[in-house]
Design a protein around this ligand. Structure first.
Ligand code: 5GP
Ligand code: ZN
Length: 112
């Protein structure tokens, strides 16, 4: 499958790893919008939030617990941070493998 983030998981495209376990991979965004900008993805290819299935419920819960760990690891748990999942055209999703932007390390406003 021609998916950029599947290639990153396989190591076919290099990335700066932040966190990894059996089900989740997290890495620094190549074009950060804040001092902390980490992308967290399920290793299973899911195209977008709209493609999450009943059978993925445990995986998505697990991913949220991974986001907690990553926020702590990146040192933004006390100051605060934002998690974003862009979906579809008007949501400005550009990579069609479900991913969660974890952004922080500075004061955010609604436009980031
Ligand atoms: P989206 O726009 O789909 O919500 O987010 C895609 C994100 O992936 C963007 O923030 C973009 O900077 C990031 N990105 C695109 N290509 C690469 C890449 O090859 N490596 C990394 N680390 N991030 C990428
Ligand atoms: Zn993929």
């Amino acid at each position: 499958m021609d998916c950029l983030f599947c290639k990153i998981i396989k190591g076919e495209i290099p990335s700066k790893k932040v966190y990894e376990d059996d089900h989740v991979y997290a890495f620094h965004d190549i074009n950060p919008v804040a001092p902390v900008h980490v992308l967290t993805i399920p290793k299973k290819h899911i195209t977008s939030l709209l493609d999450i299935q009943e059978e993925d419920k445990e995986l998505i819960g697990h991913l949220h617990l991974a986001l907690q760990k990553i926020a702590k690891q990146m040192g933004v748990d006390e100051s605060g941070f934002r998690v974003i999942t862009n979906t579809g055209k008007e949501g400005q999703q550009t990579v069609f493998h479900l991913h969660y932007h974890l952004v922080g390390g500075r004061q955010l406003d609604w436009k980031m």
